[in-house]
Design a protein around this ligand. Structure first.
Ligand SMILES: Nc1ncnc2c1ncn2[C@@H]1O[C@H](COP(=O)(O)OP(=O)(O)OP(=O)(O)O)[C@@H](O)[C@H]1O
Ligand SMILES: [Mg+2]
Length: 234
């Protein structure tokens, strides 16, 4: 897909996994909001979770929290809802006019949905401690790698895993998995996303980034976002 008259370099990214409830939507919103508000990036977030469209609805709710005056002046990035069939045309609408197109896939990656993954250049796979999840995540990673990364017509440039819902009391368990991943050549990000209520409430907001006042106490999340940006700039 080449930009026509638009010249901005657009990168299509997604926090995606084969597993339901792993934190994809939470992290996609956090990424979109923070890239837009804190890193001055042009962003569009595309909600593919048909028919729930929870991200799209979240934006409507976030807007209602603002006063009427605020709603008039507020600057924010667009959130589109899309089926896999509509995705091509929505991507073409934005391609070349934004820095990042972020896709939020549903938990159930059926055959139809996997077609949507073909557009993505960087996939970030959230991972939580659970034996079943380790196996399915390894399989998902290898499927992506074999089918997309090593394919000549590839769009996919990188797949990175990260720990979501990291808990300090389980540091040894997480460390053991980190060693296991390293051994089998799985690319695991250094930074983690902690298990915290604020990530499911206050910070999962489409209009407000991590508050500056909390920044010092929330360095982990900033570190994670910075590592994502580093990977994207590579
Ligand atoms: N780092 C975190 N800390 C605390 N809660 C989290 C974190 N990440 C996700 N959650 C919570 O876990 C639940 C599932 O998260 P989310 O909806 O983002 O997952 P998902 O992968 O998008 O799910 P689905 O497959 O249904 O689309 C939500 O209640 C969310 O708030
Ligand atoms: Mg989701």
């Amino acid at each position: 897909m080449m930009p026509k008259t638009n010249t901005m370099k657009t990168t299509i990214i997604s926090c995606a996994s084969e597993k339901g409830g792993s934190g994809k939507t939470t992290i996609n919103i956090i990424l979109a909001t923070n890239l837009f508000f804190k890193h001055a990036k042009k962003v569009v977030l595309i909600d593919l979770d048909n028919p729930q469209y929870s991200v799209y609805k979240k934006r409507q709710r976030d807007l209602k929290e603002l006063s009427e005056a605020e709603q008039q002046t507020a600057k924010f990035y667009p959130i589109e809802k899309s089926t896999v069939k509509e995705l091509d045309s929505i991507i073409k609408t934005y391609y070349g006019t934004v820095d990042f197109i972020i896709l939020d896939f549903p938990g159930n990656l059926n055959e139809e949905m996997v077609k949507g993954l073909l557009y993505v250049e960087h996939i970030f796979i959230p991972f939580f401690l659970d034996e079943l999840e380790i196996n399915s995540t390894v399989i998902f990673y290898k499927t992506l790698k074999n089918n997309f990364l090593e394919n000549d017509g590839r769009v996919l440039r990188g797949v990175n895993l990260f720990f979501n819902r990291y808990e300090k009391i389980k540091v040894n368990k997480f460390a053991a998995i980190r060693r296991g991943f390293k051994k089998s050549g799985m690319p695991l990000m250094q930074s983690v996303v902690m298990d915290r209520t604020i990530y499911r409430e206050k910070y999962r907001n489409t209009l407000q980034p991590i508050p500056e006042s909390r920044e010092n106490g929330e360095m982990e999340l900033n570190e994670f976002i910075n590592e994502v940006i580093e990977i994207l700039n590579d």
